[in-house]
Design a protein around this ligand. Structure first.
Ligand code: SAH
Length: 196
């Protein structure tokens, strides 16, 4: 499959911040993603009280949903506006603190402690800062990463998960010559080589 026209494309952090400012966030799903409901059992695999990671989280409502089920949710999002909208739209009180290991980064945590959102680039994170996760919900994340950063992203994600973790990945299938992305088209063969 030819992804030639997308390979060189770069969306900067500034452009993402602008999308949030302009309300140009067609990716956000008010109702939550049906595929998480469908594959929830695969993610949980009979376990409770999991640590679940949301890379490039936006203000995904599924974070509230999983926290309400007793899991502990960690997200990372470059837009502070998105993070604040998440807490305010769910009427969740939160506190805000700097992250000593990452200059300029802030961590927003629900007062109940079960949702922690890092406001920084995902590439600033490491398992020594956020620990390791039992589950990952990757929707609008791998497909939003710039094609040139995919390898780095996948290596980081592999580093952030425990041995017995479950990783749900949502991709989109379409002709990459007809749309510039994001979401980018990530062929199955590339997913295989990134994640094995
Ligand atoms: N996963 C969310 C949002 C998808 S859109 C959902 O399902 O709704 C991708 C999000 O990633 C945007 O909110 C954008 O601001 C954020 N983002 C882009 N690059 C990032 C980076 N390097 N680190 C953290 N967040 C990033």
């Amino acid at each position: 499959s030819d992804i030639g026209s997308q390979k060189e494309r770069v969306v900067t952090e500034e452009e993402w911040l602008q999308k949030w400012e302009m309300g140009n966030i067609g990716f956000h799903k008010e109702q939550g993603h049906p595929l998480l409901q469908k594959y929830l059992d695969v993610l949980l695999n009979g376990r409770s009280g999991l640590r679940i990671f949301f890379p490039l989280c936006g203000k995904a409502v599924e974070m509230k949903w999983l926290a309400d089920m007793g899991h502990s949710v960690v997200g990372v999002e470059v837009s502070e506006q998105a993070v604040k909208e998440f807490f305010s739209e769910h009427s969740l009180p939160y506190c805000e603190e700097p992250v000593p290991e990452i200059s300029g980064a802030k961590m927003f945590q629900s007062t109940s402690g079960d949702i922690s959102l890092y406001c920084c680039s995902i590439y600033d994170l490491s398992s020594s800062i956020v620990g390791k996760f039992d589950g990952v919900w990757d929707r609008g994340a791998l497909v939003a990463v710039n094609p040139c950063d995919r390898q780095r992203y996948a290596s980081l994600m592999i580093n952030l998960v425990e041995k017995n973790s479950s990783y749900l990945l949502v991709t989109v299938s379409y002709d990459p010559n007809k749309h510039k992305g994001p979401p980018f088209y990530v062929p199955e063969s590339e997913i295989q080589s990134l994640f094995g």
